[in-house]
Ligand binder design. Structure first.
Ligand SMILES: *[C@@H]1O[C@H](CO)[C@@H](O)[C@H](O)[C@H]1NC(C)=O
Ligand SMILES: *[C@@H]1O[C@H](CO)[C@@H](O)[C@H](O)[C@H]1NC(C)=O
Ligand SMILES: *[C@@H]1O[C@H](CO)[C@@H](O)[C@H](O)[C@H]1NC(C)=O
Ligand SMILES: *[C@@H]1O[C@H](CO)[C@@H](O)[C@H](O)[C@H]1NC(C)=O
Ligand SMILES: *[C@@H]1O[C@H](CO)[C@@H](O)[C@H](O)[C@H]1NC(C)=O
Ligand SMILES: *[C@@H]1O[C@H](CO)[C@@H](O)[C@H](O)[C@H]1NC(C)=O
Length: 439
């Protein structure tokens, strides 16, 4: 309940949004944006930073000299580096906004306002092994997304990401509120000069769910999840979106009763007689499966579906409701921790369901992409509000918040990832176009 109050979402209903039309101009913009500012510096950087030693150097020496050979152009560049594995490195230039320059920071993530004493956590950037991940360029982002729409579908960490993006984009433009309801869980924002729309859809379980008891065995509420029914609040609204970013996880740790075909099939920690405990992982897997299936079934959906993988929380010395806290002030190095337990399980389930869904989607010409933030996020125990998400005297259930992320903070990097992926989309289309031209 209280936790829910923290989860104030933003978002709103649907519009008759847009059918993405690839105009000549857009194609041109994509080409300009990908080939020029992206690939060029990308290759420059990487060839200078990588040791040019024979076998491990698979970067073509003159990638753009031989445009003739379309396949040599982007495939090598796209493959050469996994942007999602790497380390956090100091970035004295950060952050790129503050709580004074950006009004979009959610109250509970405005850590500086509530007295967080350290500020180092805002001064890191992600360095993938073997290449560079450019810092988010808001001008480029908005140019690429001109005339497009983007939906965040999931829980409050998704909203957290959207607010981070609004702050990052504020160097270029503030959006106007074009929400269809006054419901904060469903906000819709428009960047007028770019005709770009961004929306959030609050759906903590992705499938239809109902709180049936405020307490339940774990004193954290008992939820009925209808595992084979996608939550209408988002699935009926996303058909016209060009990009949909799906996420979910933290709500699946609470007590749940699972329904399929409207009958109880089991539960997670419900302690009901004759109801088998199928574990939270059962519900988690089914929820994603249902969400993906529903997307694949949409008649007119032409967008790209991103799965933003699970963002680990960092409670230490206790669970979230047992005095656990997150008081570190520095990132982990990748050799200091590893994905395990619930984090690993959630992540693997997501990957498996994603892969299966992607295979199905491909038959329909739909694209799926993995916004694989889990590893980078795992390494940031220092990025949470902890007790600086509210005044000390305030009685909130999630007193030490080690789930959400301070803004500015580590999840600003998720926008770095997203932009890089969108630019790669540009490369892919350029590649496809070149192929078509040659045929
Ligand atoms: C804005 O973009 C949508 C597609 O996303 C398009 O239908 C609409 O015509 C555009 N409006 C303007 C003014 O360009
Ligand atoms: C690169 O190659 C040079 C000469 O072949 C060799 O001396 C050097 O140790 C190599 N460096 C690495 C990092 O392999
Ligand atoms: C173009 O590429 C093909 C193979 O991809 C190669 O056989 C041909 O020689 C190339 N032409 C030029 C002018 O480089
Ligand atoms: C921003 O944070 C400072 C502390 O760094 C605080 O004094 C101020 O009230 C905050 N401003 C807003 C608008 O949250
Ligand atoms: C992790 O790697 C760093 C740098 O490579 C090294 O200095 C550190 O000792 C390693 N830590 C552990 C726990 O292995
Ligand atoms: C905080 O709230 C809970 C339930 O809402 C209540 O049981 C508890 O007594 C409150 N604590 C204080 C210090 O007010």
């Amino acid at each position: 309940m209280k936790f829910q109050a923290m989860e104030l979402l933003f978002g709103k209903n649907t519009p008759k949004q847009m059918i993405p039309k690839v105009t000549l101009l857009a194609v041109f913009a994509i080409l300009v944006f990908t080939i020029t500012p992206l690939s060029y510096p990308l290759f420059r950087n990487s060839s200078s930073s990588l040791k040019k030693n024979g076998s491990n150097n698979n970067i073509p020496s003159s990638t753009f000299d031989d445009l003739n050979e379309s396949t040599s152009l982007p495939s090598t560049s796209v493959k050469k580096c996994d942007i999602f594995s790497g380390e956090w490195v100091p970035n004295p230039k950060g952050p790129y906004y503050t709580n004074e320059t950006c009004w979009a920071i959610h109250e509970h993530q405005n850590c500086m306002k509530y007295g967080r004493p350290d500020s180092e956590f805002m001064k890191w950037k992600w360095k993938p092994n073997g290449c560079e991940l450019p810092i988010f360029n808001p001008f480029q982002f908005l140019e690429l997304l001109r005339g497009k729409s983007l939906a965040f579908v999931g829980d409050s960490v998704g909203r957290n990401q959207m607010q981070s993006m609004i702050c990052l984009l504020s160097r270029v433009e503030w959006p106007i509120d074009v929400s269809y309801t006054r419901d904060d869980y469903f906000m819709r924002w428009k960047y007028e000069s770019y005709n770009f729309t961004m929306a959030a859809f609050w759906t903590p379980h992705l499938v239809r769910s109902k709180q049936s008891d405020l307490n339940g065995p774990g004193q954290t509420g008992l939820f009925n999840l209808y595992l084979d029914e996608p939550d209408e609040k988002w699935i009926t609204q996303i058909e016209d979106f060009d990009y949909v970013i799906l996420n979910g996880g933290h709500w699946f740790t609470r007590s749940m009763v699972f329904y399929e075909e409207q009958k109880i099939v089991g539960c997670h920690y419900c302690l009901l007689e004759n109801v088998p405990d199928l574990t939270m992982y059962y519900g988690y897997r089914k929820a994603f499966r249902t969400a993906f299936k529903a997307i694949n079934r949409l008649k007119n959906f032409k967008g790209i579906t991103f799965l933003r993988t699970f963002a680990p929380s960092h409670f230490e010395n206790g669970m979230w409701n047992q005095g656990g806290n997150c008081i570190r002030t520095k990132p982990f190095r990748s050799n200091e921790t590893q994905l395990e337990g619930l984090n690993l399980e959630y992540y693997m389930i997501q990957l498996e369901e994603f892969k299966n869904a992607e295979k199905e989607a491909r038959k329909k010409g739909l694209k799926y992409r993995l916004l694989d933030t889990t590893q980078a996020t795992l390494l940031r125990p220092d990025g949470h509000p902890s007790r600086y998400g509210h005044w000390p005297s305030v009685n909130v259930t999630l007193y030490n918040d080690c789930v959400h992320w301070c803004l500015p903070g580590p999840i600003d990097t998720w926008s770095d990832f997203l932009l890089e992926m969108l630019k790669m989309e540009g490369i892919r289309s350029a590649q496809e176009r070149l192929r078509l031209d040659q045929d």
